[in-house]
Design a protein around this ligand. Structure first.
Ligand code: SAH
Length: 353
């Protein structure tokens, strides 16, 4: 039905032009028997059109691993009694930012479990504190689902970006990854709210999560095409030994790279990280992600003593080039891959629709 190389070229051209593809066409791109390097090279070409060789860095601060949610895949789910819990104070967070600024970071990402301790006001204070100390920096939040009022107050305090992966665009699949009190519709509603408020909004999904087939990945791609997020986080699912999904296999490197490349073609101007999870399943994962269309890396800027505790999945990388202190080595390997780490806020393009 499809003829490898030529069809791939035609399909990726149509994708980049914003065309809708049929199920069969998507299926071919995701699992067809063709040379995936053609796909990765095409994604890289599109990425260079908009971003040249720039790689933006974000300092990731994991502010709490307390969580009221119980996502079946996640190591910091509330039911994991073996997780040693911690949360960072405002002073600790501001100290991380100070250190990060000196290293060259111009974006700070505050991520955490859904922790009631981080009240509307507390987060507002922290955001305002970071903006006061570093007016030339961007603040990204990734604190899960909150009422619209919280998102608005934090936006007014100066946060300009929010990461909230949709996890899967299939409602029935969402139900298999989460307990019934966590609703697909709520997550999607939060994403729409964030975009309405004016945040540069990040969606995203895991590749190879339990019960995910090609159909679910097609739904993810169609969701991205219609929602048009500014940022998309894509990483392989990796099992955590203290979760119900402990026995499931991790997502594959190749499939993750394919989804990164297809996302770059679907959203040419998107900010797409080469994720820590990708760097965890393969020693060259990060570089391969960049070569398949990613243009962001998010080194860990959390205080060293808590890093091991933000354990979303087993063997999560948090030293070496995954760590902010490893920035020089990271710059070196990014350069070896043919790109360049830049000191910049790295905003989504101004002309974003
Ligand atoms: N509480 C925030 C942050 C969640 S952690 C929120 O709800 O958005 C950030 C991301 O890590 C999640 O969105 C999920 O996609 C990813 N993650 C969690 N467990 C994982 C696992 N076992 N393997 C791979 N990625 C995982």
């Amino acid at each position: 039905m499809f003829n490898a190389g030529e069809d791939m070229t035609d399909l990726t051209d149509r994708l980049a032009a914003g065309d809708a593809l049929t199920d069969a066409e998507w299926r071919f791109l995701i699992e067809g028997d063709y040379d995936k390097h053609l796909l990765f090279n095409k994604a890289d070409k599109v990425r260079r059109q908009y971003y040249g060789t720039d790689v933006y860095i974000r300092g990731l601060i994991e502010i709490s691993n307390y969580c009221r949610n119980d996502c079946l895949y996640c190591g910091i789910r509330r039911s994991n009694a073996n997780a040693a819990r911690y949360r960072l104070s405002e002073e600790e967070i501001l100290a991380c930012c100070k250190q990060g600024y000196e290293l060259g970071f111009r974006t700070f990402v505050l991520q955490g479990g859904e922790d009631g301790y981080h009240t509307t006001d507390r987060v507002k204070q922290i955001v305002a504190g970071i903006k006061k100390n570093h007016p030339d920096c961007a603040v990204t939040l990734s604190l899960g689902e909150r009422p619209r009022g919280d998102y608005e107050i934090w936006y007014q305090a100066g946060a300009e970006r929010y990461l909230l992966r949709h996890e899967t665009a299939s409602c029935s699949h969402y139900g298999k990854l989460h307990p019934s009190e966590q609703r697909f519709d709520d997550r999607m509603a939060c994403l729409r709210t964030l975009k309405e408020i004016g945040y540069q909004t990040g969606a995203g999904f895991m590749v190879g999560s339990p019960f995910q087939g090609t159909e679910e990945l097609i739904a993810d791609m169609r969701f991205l095409q219609s929602f048009q997020p500014h940022m998309v986080g894509i990483g392989p699912f990796i099992p955590h030994h203290d979760t119900p999904f402990a026995g499931y296999p991790a997502g594959s490197l190749e499939r993750t790279l394919i989804m990164v490349a297809l996302t770059r073609l679907t959203l040419p101007k998107a900010l797409i990280p080469a994720t820590t999870a990708l760097g965890t399943i393969h020693p060259q994962g990060r570089e391969l992600g960049l070569k398949a269309g990613a243009n962001v890396v998010m080194p860990n800027l959390s205080p060293v003593h808590v890093r091991g505790q933000y354990s979303l999945y087993d063997n999560k990388a948090h030293t070496g080039q995954e760590a902010a202190e490893g920035l020089e080595a990271l710059k070196e390997s990014v350069a070896q891959a043919g790109y360049c780490v830049v000191v910049s806020r790295g905003d989504a393009s101004q002309t974003w629709r």
